[in-house]
Structures are given as structure tokens and as C-alpha cells.
Design a protein around this ligand. Structure first.
Ligand code: SF4
Ligand code: SF4
Length: 366
């Protein structure tokens, strides 16, 4: 990898201007509605300067101080997922041609160039999982178009929340791959690395000085501190073991606790379950076919011949946890969890997948 460079804090606006000039719109984090969320930004002053977060099971709060940093927080409820897999999107339209035959037209992929500033390591790992699913042949054309239009500026994490465990899953807190540029924020600026030809080009146009050895060491120390600050750990040997516990009575403890609200699947950066819906025109001469986010916690998600297979909420939780932490490995070559902790913070009743998996893996397994 090329020699890291240093972007002084006063030049953050220059980076945003270049991202917008070369890669269309710039999406970045802002503090809005009581959370860190991602939306289009134009000015560095829109970034969440001085904001920090406090997270725990079923809890998320923002706090502010006078510090200069814009990225001193762990992930809020979302980042990349809605940009690649919108909550709803058209897939095709069907109508009749002049001879009365049905005629299908694929929806045009609605991708526009986008730069995303401040992507965390866990979300880059989740993106890699999305790629394994959606780019597997035959690739999803809408996803591919959106994916190819992205320029990603990663941000190494220095302030993990108590809910984070990306160090345990091996996905963070440093961005490892999948970025065009990766930044580490220090008080006076950013240590910058390029991860692609497009990233090297952009870094070159910024004409940044080389980062000093002290700056690189300070960044490294913060990575190590972020790793050491994480205490959650999933039990080892989950693949193969969790599925074997399918009939374990302890799943029933979720019945009455889990609300089947689907918050966990909505915020999870690797969950991509969806349903399909027909939207006929009023004149009934055409119909549009849409894809919408769905959740394995929804009533209708397990319908088979008109009847739900998973009638109890505990069965839906079992499906989610077993797929995510066990059978996903056989399907995609790794666990479906990247340790972002979102499902823990955003569960309204504070159900914690690490604790649930740990309890289930404790003997006895009767
Ligand atoms: S299962 Fe939970 S912790 Fe794991 S990636 Fe999904 S939201 Fe993050
Ligand atoms: S585990 Fe929590 S967030 Fe997920 S469906 Fe149940 S209550 Fe909702």
C-alpha cells in the first residue's frame, strides 16, 4: 500500500468538494433526529462535530462536547444498506403488446454516482457479504449498477460502543479492504490511505503531504485501543452447533420477550430478505413488480401453501439467529454477523444476540 498521507482538518472541505466534483453526490454522517444518520452533505460543517454516542441493549443516546472530531462515535442505525438495496424498488413492468401477448420490461437500474464518506469497517465487511450474494451469477443488475457507482471513503473506528464486537468477528475496528480511501481521524486531521486506483487518483489530486511517523503511530495506538475497548465475544464453534440446537427448549424463552418488530433485521447491514409486490395500474393494462424489504420476523415471511411455517415468534428468532450465525457459513463462507451491534442497540426490548447465543451454547443442550 502507498505511503499514508495527511489531510489537515482545515482541508476536509477540499476533500468533500473533490468527492462531489469527481463522484457525484457526497453522502456522509450527520447528527439528526437524535442519531447519527447518513444523507447527502455539501459542507464539512454538516458533519457531527463533537458528537459521541452511548449505546447499550435497547438504548442509543447522542452526547456532545467541544472536541474537534467529526467521527468520534460508533455506527448509528444505518449507513450503506439503503443505498444499495433501497427499501423499495421496481423490478419490471408487464403489459400487453398489440397482439395481446404479455410483454415484460426490466426496470432501468437507478444508479447514480455516489461518494460515501465515513464508512466503518463493519459496513465494508457487510458490503462484501452483499457482493457475494447479489453479484453471484446471474448478478442482480440493479445492485450491480448501484455498487459500481459507489466511491467509498472508509473511516477507521476509534470510538466503539459497548455493543460493538467487530474485533471478535474479525471485521474491525480498522477498515481492511473494500475502500477507495481509508481515513483515520486525529485531533488535527486525518491519516489517509488509498485502497484502489480511483482512491490513489483522488489522493494524488489533493496533493497531500506524507503522514509523519508520529501521526501513523498515533493512529495505530487508537486502533489498538478501539480493539481493546470491545468486550463482547460470540461463543466459538457456532457453525454446525446452533442448528443442532433447533429443538432446544431454551428458544422458548424468546416467546413473550421478542416483539417480532423486525427492527433488528432492518438495521442489520447484512440482512437482505425481501418480498415482492404487484402494483397494477388503475386502468389494469400494466402492472409493476416491486421488491420491498422484508423480515424473517414478519407474519407472512414463512408462508408455504398459504400457511406460515413459523407460527411462533420464538421460531422466527431461532430462524434469524441460526441463519445469521450458523447456516450462513455454509452458504457464503463466513458468518452473517459483522459485529456492528446495531441489532442490540435498536431492539426495543434489549434482546442481545451475543447473550442469546452464549446462553444457548451453554450446557446442557437438552
Ligand atoms: S446480527 Fe446484529 S451485530 Fe451482527 S451484523 Fe447484524 S446487526 Fe450487526
Ligand atoms: S429481537 Fe428485538 S428488534 Fe428483533 S424482532 Fe425481536 S423485539 Fe424486534
Amino acid at each position: 500500500m502507498a505511503q499514508p498521507r495527511f489531510l489537515p482538518r482545515e482541508q476536509l472541505q477540499t476533500l468533500i468538494d473533490r468527492l462531489r466534483a469527481e463522484h457525484g453526490r457526497c453522502i456522509g454522517p450527520v447528527a439528526e433526529g437524535g442519531a447519527i444518520v447518513y444523507r447527502e452533505i455539501m459542507r464539512a460543517t454538516e458533519l457531527p462535530v463533537g458528537w459521541h454516542d452511548r449505546q447499550g441493549p435497547g438504548s442509543y443516546r447522542l452526547l456532545r462536547d467541544e472536541g474537534p472530531r467529526c467521527f468520534a462515535w460508533a455506527n448509528g442505525p444505518g449507513a450503506l444498506k439503503p443505498l444499495l438495496l433501497p427499501p423499495e424498488a421496481p423490478m419490471w413492468e408487464v403489459g400487453r403488446d398489440a397482439d395481446g401477448r404479455l410483454h415484460f420490461t426490466a426496470a432501468k437500474a437507478r444508479a447514480e454516482p455516489l461518494a460515501v464518506l465515513g464508512v466503518r469497517a463493519c459496513d465494508l465487511a457487510a458490503l462484501d457479504l452483499f457482493d457475494r450474494h447479489f453479484l453471484r451469477e446471474p448478478a442482480d443488475t440493479d445492485y450491480r449498477a448501484r455498487r459500481e457507482a459507489l466511491f467509498l471513503v472508509g473511516m477507521h473506528c476509534s470510538h466503539p460502543a459497548t455493543t460493538c464486537f467487530c474485533a471478535d468477528t474479525g471485521d474491525g475496528p480498522e477498515c481492511q479492504s473494500g475502500f477507495d480511501l481509508a481515513l483515520h481521524e486525529l485531533d488535527d486531521g486525518f491519516v489517509v490511505q488509498a485502497g484502489s486506483a480511483a482512491g490513489r487518483h483522488l489522493m494524488h489530486t489533493l496533493a497531500l503531504p506524507a503522514a509523519s511517523a508520529e501521526q501513523c503511530q498515533a493512529a495505530h495506538r487508537e486502533h489498538e485501543a478501539a480493539r481493546a475497548a470491545q468486550h463482547r465475544q460470540l461463543p466459538p464453534d457456532l457453525p454446525g452447533s446452533l442448528l443442532a440446537l433447533a429443538e432446544d427448549a431454551r428458544w422458548q424463552a424468546l416467546e413473550g420477550r421478542c416483539l417480532a418488530c423486525g427492527n433488528c433485521t432492518a438495521v442489520c447491514p447484512t440482512c437482505f430478505c425481501h418480498r415482492h409486490e404487484e402494483r397494477p395500474a388503475l386502468a389494469a393494462d400494466t402492472s409493476a413488480h416491486w421488491r420491498l424489504w422484508d423480515s424473517c420476523f414478519a407474519d407472512g415471511h414463512s408462508l408455504l401453501h398459504g400457511r406460515p411455517l413459523r407460527t411462533q415468534v420464538a421460531m422466527r428468532y431461532r430462524q434469524w439467529l441460526t441463519h445469521k450465525l450458523d447456516t450462513w457459513v455454509a452458504q457464503y463462507g463466513r458468518s452473517g454477523c459483522v459485529g456492528c451491534g446495531r441489532c442490540i442497540s435498536w431492539c426495543p426490548v434489549g434482546i442481545d444476540l451475543v447473550s442469546e447465543a452464549t446462553t444457548l451454547m451453554e450446557p446442557p443442550h437438552a
